[in-house]
Design a protein around this ligand. Structure first.
Ligand SMILES: C[S@@+](CC[C@H](N)C(=O)[O-])C[C@H]1O[C@@H](n2cnc3c(N)ncnc32)[C@H](O)[C@@H]1O
Length: 363
């Protein structure tokens, strides 16, 4: 018998949700999405009202079950400043990643980013708990996920720690999935990958699927699916907006909107880990965009075409270069990741297109 609530409403909503998600798919994951109760893993989420204050929503609140069984990412944890630190990812993106992972019976899987434990539960449902290992940097989340997984009938191996270091004790892994945004594939995960292993991970604003071809070597394309995953946790750097305000202005013909939409993915490869912000007028229209990177570089541009840049790297010059290269809409699956023991490189349309070396990780 279930020790978690499952009313006729939640069961019916879950069945419809799974059917809608897996529509036109081969159905491999349909049963997992239909059986695993997302509400057990997301007993509470936070929603932002028009005044931008976060409100908790839980079982019994109006709209809770409908939101849990909708194709929406849900913020599940906030820090003291109200910045989201964990979420349950958008189910259709989870499904695209799980399908790309191409698991088969007997595969051992490592997951970076346990979060709520929902994806861990889907993997455990499909492969059996003995085959699944998941690590989250937040010990509180791991403790909660262990309890929820148990309630849902699964006891995979969970650990608190830096997922970029993998979990060597249970390696090698046939499949590796990251659910936190990366700037490159962590070397430890490549070391812990079995021969022929598949790695699916958010890289910048895309999701890459790479296959290990030899020790330390892997290659693969990005999925067409856009991605907006929370980054691996690291100390955040505040931009020095005063410094950039004092710089001499330049002119650009690239619209701020292009930075926020069309160029977002290649920009995340060219400027790994960049952050952006917007300024809006009283009608909610964007009037300016700011960009910054961890080395202290900052650029701002407004809708009149005025640009200001400060710091060691001229960030707007990268934007201009990308705008000149990518004049049409960008298909993520035209981008290829190639990993060797010394370098990770993304190339666009292989021959003649631009390429970016991803930042090498020290861990
Ligand atoms: C989008 S959430 C994961 C969603 C999760 N798979 C689920 O189904 O709920 C991203 C998670 O990555 C975790 N994370 C961030 N940095 C990490 C790191 N260095 N190692 C392991 N986990 C990390 C966060 O704590 C957060 O829980």
């Amino acid at each position: 018998m279930n020790s978690w609530p499952d009313t006729g409403t939640s069961a019916a909503l879950r069945q419809k949700y799974a059917t809608d998600l897996a529509l036109d798919r081969d159905g491999e994951w349909l049963q997992a999405f239909a059986d695993v109760p997302r509400h057990v893993f997301v007993p509470r989420y936070f929603t932002q009202g028009t005044d931008t204050a976060w409100q908790p929503v839980s079982w019994g609140d109006v709209g809770y079950l409908e939101a849990v069984y909708a194709d929406a990412a849900l913020t599940t944890q906030l820090d003291e400043q109200g910045i989201p630190t964990s979420s349950s990812s958008q189910p259709s993106v989870m499904l695209a990643m799980l399908e790309a992972l191409d698991v088969h019976d007997g595969h051992r899987v490592f997951e970076l980013g346990t979060g709520t434990g929902y994806n861990t539960a889907l993997l455990s449902h499909r492969l059996g708990e003995a085959r699944v290992t998941s690590v989250d940097v937040d010990p509180g989340l791991v403790a909660a996920a262990i309890g929820r997984l148990k309630q849902a009938g699964h006891s995979p191996t969970l650990a608190a720690g830096d997922g970029a270091l993998g979990y060597p004790r249970r390696a090698p892994y046939d499949r590796i999935i990251a659910t936190a945004g990366l700037h490159a594939i962590p070397p430890a995960l490549l070391e812990q990958a079995a021969e022929g292993a598949v790695i699916v991970a958010p890289l910048g604003y895309g999701i890459v699927r790479a296959q290990v071809t030899a020790p330390g070597h892997a290659t693969g394309r990005f999925l067409p699916t856009p991605a907006h995953f929370m980054a691996l946790r690291a100390a955040s750097t505040a931009p020095d907006l005063d410094a950039v305000r004092g710089e001499n202005p330049g002119r650009t013909s690239v619209a701020p909107r292009d930075v926020l939409e069309r160029l977002k993915f290649p920009l995340s490869l060219a400027l790994p880990g960049y952050t952006s912000c917007t300024w809006k007028d009283d009608h909610g229209q964007v009037t300016a965009v700011g960009l910054w990177t961890a080395d202290g570089s900052v650029a701002t541009v407004d809708t009149t075409g005025t640009v200001r840049q400060s710091g060691p790297v001229r960030l707007w010059d990268s934007v201009e270069e990308l705008a000149a290269t990518f004049t049409d809409n960008i298909a993520r699956d035209d981008f290829l990741l190639t990993i060797t023991p010394t370098r990770q490189t993304v190339t666009y349309r292989e021959t003649g297109g631009p390429g970016w070396h991803l930042p090498t990780l020290s861990r």
